[in-house]
Design a protein around this ligand. Structure first.
Ligand SMILES: Cc1cc2nc3c(=O)[nH]c(=O)nc-3n(C[C@H](O)[C@H](O)[C@H](O)COP(=O)(O)OP(=O)(O)OC[C@H]3O[C@@H](n4cnc5c(N)ncnc54)[C@H](O)[C@@H]3O)c2cc1C
Ligand code: FES
Length: 269
């Protein structure tokens, strides 16, 4: 389906958020998706890429995709102007287990653009805040300029129904917060490892060290949940591009527990 670029937000030097609305208003009304799912975006003349939803799933008049400029397709997407059109297939994939998490404390640990697929989950939890216990967000960026959704982070930090802890790898003259990798924030938080579900997304090295810390804190392997942004093509289980040990990450993922990942990737931390 064709979607039109309504707004473009510069998030960081290499990342933009695109607000998109379907040209066909009837189709838009029936378009539903869950936090954690993704679409295949066609930038005409450049190609197609899988991109996770990054906006409020309850907002039906538009959806947002946050895109890091990496190669041919994402570079062409960054060159788009307001009013231009893209092709959208989806929604595809599974979602964060937000229903199963009700009644539990929630810990979100994200790094860099890994906050993008978690933003819909955060907005969904805040929309149903009473259904969850304590809510803590840890976020790490390379520098203050590399913080995605600065406007959200600043607003969330002011709320009294969630706690936000941030860090950057390298600060600047205006940065008054923590400096260090995201796991350095673990000393500053109080979490009940037995009653908390952790959702995490970021660079693989971050996920590795976050998982190690969470396991030490008593999190069971099925309460550590991550999104795998492994390269995909068709998104619908046909091309085999994303297949590992007979599992199609595009249809059975991208969201997996650590217990599933361990089996799938024969992962040893
Ligand atoms: C389920 C899913 C959700 C995704 N969500 C997002 C999102 O919300 N925002 C976003 O910016 N990207 C997201 N991605 C990654 C995105 O699909 C790729 O970055 C994109 O396909 C790159 O296409 P390209 O043509 O611009 O780059 P290419 O020309 O294909 O690659 C350029 C360079 O980027 C590297 N690269 C390609 N894909 C990835 C990747 N997944 N991770 C790290 N490096 C990569 C390549 O190795 C190469 O060095 C997601 C991927 C998946 C599978
Ligand atoms: S991306 Fe084609 S099978 Fe998964």
């Amino acid at each position: 389906m064709i979607a039109i670029v309504q707004e473009i937000i510069d998030e960081t030097p290499d990342t933009k958020t695109f607000r998109l609305a379907f040209e066909d208003k009837e189709y838009a009304k029936s378009f539903e998706w869950e936090p954690g799912q993704f679409v295949e975006v066609t930038v005409f003349g450049a190609g197609e890429a899988p991109i996770g939803f990054a906006s409020d799933p309850n907002e039906r008049s538009f959806f947002e995709l946050t895109v890091v400029e990496r190669g041919k397709v994402t570079r062409a997407m960054h060159a788009l102007k307001k009013g231009e059109k893209v092709g959208i297939r989806g929604p595809f994939g599974n979602c964060w287990p937000l229903e199963d998490m009700k009644g539990k404390d929630v810990l979100i640990v994200s790094g860099g653009c890994g906050l993008a697929p978690l933003r819909p989950a955060i907005l969904q939890i805040l929309a149903n805040r009473k259904e969850y216990g304590n809510f803590l967000l840890l976020y790490g960026a390379r520098t203050p300029a590399d913080r995605n959704y600065k406007y959200d982070l600043d607003a969330w930090a002011k709320r009294d129904d969630m706690q936000v802890l941030e860090t950057v790898d390298v600060g600047d003259e205006n940065w008054k917060g923590n400096v260090g990798v995201v796991t350095t924030l673990f000393d500053k938080m109080k979490v009940d490892g037995e009653n908390t579900v952790a959702l995490t997304c970021g660079p693989p090295i971050m996920i590795k060290f976050v998982t190690l810390e969470l396991l030490k804190m008593g999190f069971s392997e099925d309460r550590i949940v991550t999104s795998q942004e492994r390269y995909m093509k068709c998104g619908v289980g046909k091309c085999g591009h994303c297949c590992i040990n007979h599992v199609y990450l595009c249809t059975e993922g991208p969201v997996f527990t650590y217990a599933q990942m361990k089996e799938l990737f024969e992962l040893k931390l």
